[in-house]
Design a protein around this ligand. Sequence first.
Ligand code: MLT
Length: 264
Amino acid sequence: METIKDNLAIYQHGKPENLPLVFVHGFPYDHRMWDAQINKFQSNYYCITYDIRGLGESPARGGQFTMEDLADDLLKLIEDMNLNKPVVCGLSMGGYITLRAVEKDESKFGGIILCDTKSAADTNAAKLNRAGGIRKIDEHGVKKFTADFIANCFAEESIERLGAEYQEIVNWAAGCDPVGLKACLLAMAGRTDTTSYLSKLKIPALLMCGEKDNLTPPEVMKAMAEEIGKKSFSVIPHSGHVTSVENQEAFNMAVLNYLLKYFS
Ligand code: MLT
């Protein structure tokens, strides 16, 4: 079921009395990147996906927003939907949002699953890359920008294996609002560093990373897991940066094991 609340498109699957799982997608995707997880978990969990501000069906609202707004959108969603200590799963940009929201108010969360993400803020080189991305959208259009960006995220073997499924993702990303894309790039470039919070985290955390993730490599996420302490860290084989799509089975298995270990 889709509802539009405070300009956020929210999708609910499963029974509200079950443990809530909230999925926060990466850039430049939308809630559809979680289809395999919804199929797997909706019968035993209350699954919620939403489109991040500026992406999918959620409007960019003028295009001036920051990572703080994106983190507040998540906190407000949890509050407005009366979700009792959900487990929130964020991939890449979704992980930046989740980590910042947890840093702001951990009491609202039951657990977190961080996938292919990092706690460090953008380096100067990364900021310049974002600036280049904005220029590319202006000069060459959304289709070229998103196709190149996505190709850089997926492992070559996944692109071949997924075939039409990969092409479908490229096709829907080509329909992104340029204002929303540029706003997200600026929000990511301006985000704070959440590393100092990792060692303070009290709720159970699962960290996952594709073995061939070049954007947020396994070493980076392993270091985050060590900072957090005795938490789970899983390397997903045959996957680049978009683990939930590239190796759905291994991803879902790692999530299930974590849920059974901490929430049953
Ligand atoms: C994502 O997958 O959300 C992006 O790669 C994040 C980023 O560009 O930092």
